[in-house]
Design a protein around this ligand. Structure first.
Ligand code: SF4
Ligand code: SF4
Length: 331
């Protein structure tokens, strides 16, 4: 069972102390190149640069050679091309000078086969000796929450593989549709119109399957769900690093409704929890969910997104990426 460390005061030096001990324990060693995966921000949401810098200092203190990286995105916007993402990163303070290590936007890939996809994952990541996954934990319109699983699944994949995750699980409408309008109300992307029956705008559908989970008449069908695809892509990222140390830091603060891919992810929808750290990706996200939900006294992710956030936890465990049981240690 994974030990999950919770640091409520993110500003305390306990962060550096705990991270150093944990990374050593996980096998991070002098001379290793370490891919540090993080989201450097579309707009206001991102992994905080000051915390990323502190994590980089821990790595360099251990004699590792870290580099920050992210991949380009599938949708139009600044981060769709390397130069645009670099400019965004610069704007948000992610520069070699400020971070103390190179900052790389990856657009070269290696391909790994999963049950439903050929997943293209970052080549620079696959060639590193170890990986540190830094994740801002928040809501997400497709999976209900965005944590470490999403950071690897979407975040390490090529635009084509991101698109596959959003498109292969698109629902189809069958003859049982009663035109009740529920799907229209819950679709986070407002791409359903119901007149005589439900009609999905397939070119704008993001394959989240929220309509499918909420249809009371079994009128929507899917061949695979979003969480399966997301977890397969995360599994591919981890497979590309097989046998190498990987460690997870979830920053469970400033929890917004939307993910950091939105220019305006919104104001916080829950109180800050703190920093969650562990070597198990499933335990990292499960603990972050449990702690934030317990603190609010309700599953606000489900309330906001009409979609069970624990689906990806169960799926990641089913795919063998880790275990949802954990023991919590407050530091
Ligand atoms: S929720 Fe189901 S039954 Fe209702 S309109 Fe949508 S597809 Fe049809
Ligand atoms: S899967 Fe359904 S709820 Fe999700 S974007 Fe497509 S139509 Fe909307």
């Amino acid at each position: 069972m994974a030990q999950v460390h919770l640091l409520r005061d993110a500003e305390s030096p306990g962060f550096e102390e705990a991270l150093e001990a944990e990374l050593e324990d996980a096998g991070f060693k002098q001379g290793m190149t370490v891919a540090v995966k993080l989201h450097m921000g579309e707009g206001k949401g991102m992994f905080r640069p000051e915390l990323a810098k502190r994590a980089v200092s821990v790595l360099t203190g251990l004699g590792c050679k870290p580099f920050l990286f992210d991949t380009i995105v599938m949708y139009p916007g600044p981060r769709h091309i390397k130069a645009g993402y670099k400019a965004n990163a610069l704007l948000h303070g992610f520069t070699e000078n400020k971070m103390g290590c190179p900052v790389m936007i990856s657009d070269d890939y290696v391909t790994l086969k999963t049950a439903h996809m050929d997943v293209e994952v970052s080549k620079e990541m696959a060639e590193a000796d170890a990986m540190l996954v830094l994740t801002h934990f928040k809501g997400h319109d497709c999976a209900s929450f965005g944590g470490s699983i999403k950071n690897l699944g979407m975040g390490c994949a090529s635009p084509k593989s991101k698109r596959d995750q959003h498109k292969l699980g698109m629902p189809k409408v069958n003859e049982k549709c009663t035109a009740c309008h529920i799907c229209e109300e819950v679709c986070p992307f407002k791409v359903i119109k119901v007149k005589d029956k439900c009609v999905i705008n397939e070119s704008r559908c993001m394959g989240c399957d929220t309509c499918y989970y909420n249809c009371p008449h079994d009128a929507l069908e899917i061949s695979v769900n979003f969480e399966t695809l997301l977890c397969e892509a995360a599994w591919a990222a981890l497979k590309s690093l097989e046998g190498k140390p990987v460690y997870y830091v979830n920053d469970v603060r400033h929890i917004t409704k939307h993910c950091d891919c939105f220019p305006f992810p919104g104001d916080p929808v829950a109180k800050d929890v703190g920093i969650v750290m562990t070597s198990d990706i499933v335990a990292a996200d499960k603990a972050s969910l449990d702690l934030s939900i317990k603190q609010e006294g309700k599953d606000f992710y489900k309330e906001l997104h009409h979609h069970d956030p624990y689906l990806s936890i169960k799926e990641a465990q089913r795919q063998g990426m880790g275990k949802e049981e954990y023991s919590l240690v407050e530091i």
